[in-house]
Design a protein around this ligand. Structure first.
Ligand SMILES: [Zn+2]
Ligand SMILES: [Zn+2]
Length: 416
């Protein structure tokens, strides 16, 4: 044990080397967590990591408070009591001013809103930093000395400045999403009539309970494929989505580091089913947690393969490729959309931030410089992140031949 701890101490000392980039704020607690961590059996470590991912998934869009509220409604049947009580204690005495906030909130069925907002924001930030910090430590600090074992792009780490940047942008998204979730939760407990959520398991039959999970999952994934693809159109990309692509080597914190307008737009579209079709609250949040948990993993930069029971789910390398090559692989949790629409990354195409619309360019359409850049990018990929540990995009020979031909062609034209 002593030996292992000394080894850990040496490992963290290594990060003091300014040449090695990394998140410094989590390194401060690294040795303390390590002491506890190495005593745990393997299955408990895996349980911890899975739990942290699910906890973070329940938080990145502020959903945790909505889950609590719907659970309370589920247990109590229906309740306008909580909001009424909060509202009474805070606002009933406020009768001196011209504006009576109590009446306005009551008119909008938002009694007790400030309480919901405070809880939503404080809770979200506590979970975001504790669960997110732990996931970050688990991969980026604990295993930093052996990136070839686990990282999609093992030779490149996000700089500490960009790490901080993504936490700031992600925190603003968290604030925005927590407010939205707080408002919806407050409305749901006070009235909720505009919502089409239901609480009795068999109210629309068991078949619909199961079917809606599939319907909502496909609806959200296909719609976000298109929204994502549209945000890659040149004007929208440069003004909104480029911010998310600041992180060429994404980490778990990149998942919500998105322009506020874009994240709000996407989130409102994802919430549409609970205003339109009969949706059991549990079914809806099963889909949300699945989607967000995979969002975190897809951005983690860690080589994680999908399970046998998820034939629709791409490996994490799929979205890591999106960050490395920009305008390609627009889908999230169903790779079929990209295959159907011809935006799935192809071996014989070159992709870069300047090549828009998801189809790339053929080797002959790009300059020698662009080809060389592409070759260099391909070399940075970890073959272990692909099935059978073979980089399926490794076509050095073809590229080298094309380059030779290009050089020959340019020599010929000079000679003429
Ligand atoms: Zn994108
Ligand atoms: Zn992304």
């Amino acid at each position: 044990m002593e030996g292992e701890l000394t080894k850990a101490a040496c490992k963290y000392k290594m990060f003091e080397n300014p040449m090695i980039e990394g998140v410094k704020w989590i390194d401060r607690y690294a040795l303390t967590i390590d002491k506890f961590w190495i005593k745990l059996p393997e299955y408990m470590r895996n349980t911890f990591v899975t739990f942290a991912v699910l906890l973070m998934a329940s938080t990145i869009k502020g959903d945790w408070i909505a889950i609590v509220v719907h659970l309370v409604k589920h247990i109590n049947g229906t309740s306008a009591v909580i909001g009424e009580q909060l509202n009474g204690s805070m606002y009933r005495t406020n009768a001196t001013g011209d504006v009576n906030w109590s009446d306005i909130l009551e008119f909008m069925s938002l009694q007790g809103l400030p309480h919901f907002l405070i809880w939503a924001i404080v809770g979200s930030f506590l979970i975001y930093f504790s669960a997110g910090g732990f996931i970050h430590w688990y991969y980026y600090t604990n295993r930093r000395d052996r990136p070839h074992e686990w990282k999609c792009q093992p030779e490149k780490f996000l700089s500490p400045e960009l790490e901080l940047h993504e936490v700031f942008v992600g925190s603003f998204s968290l604030l925005l999403m927590s407010c939205l979730s707080g408002i919806l939760s407050c409305y749901a407990i006070n009235n909720g009539k505009l919502l089409t959520l239901y609480y009795r398991w068999d109210e629309y039959g068991w078949w619909w309970f199961v079917a809606q999970i599939i319907v909502i999952f496909i609806y959200q994934d296909y719609l976000t494929y298109w929204l994502h693809r549209i945000y890659h159109w040149p004007w929208l990309y440069k003004n909104f989505h480029k911010l998310h692509h600041t992180y060429k080597q994404p980490t778990a914190f990149s998942v919500t580091a998105i322009h506020p307008i874009e994240i709000l737009h996407v989130q409102l579209t994802m919430l549409l089913p609970i205003f339109v079709i009969p949706t059991h609250w549990v079914a809806f949040y099963i889909v949300e947690i699945y989607t967000y948990a995979h969002g975190i993993l897809n951005h983690s930069g860690v080589n994680i393969k999908s399970f046998w029971w998820q034939p629709w789910q791409p490996d994490t390398m799929f979205h890591d490729n999106h960050h490395q090559y920009f305008h390609v692989n627009f889908g999230f949790n169903i790779f079929i959309w990209d295959v159907l629409h011809g935006t799935y990354r192809r071996k014989d195409r070159v992709y870069s931030e300047d090549i828009f619309f998801g189809k790339g360019k053929s080797f002959n359409e790009v300059s020698s410089k662009e080809l060389l850049n592409d070759l260099a990018e391909r070399k940075k990929e970890n073959p272990r992140a692909y099935r059978e540990n073979v980089n399926e995009y490794n076509i050095n020979d073809v590229l080298v031949n094309t380059l030779k031909n290009k050089r020959l062609a340019s020599c010929d034209s000079k000679n003429e």
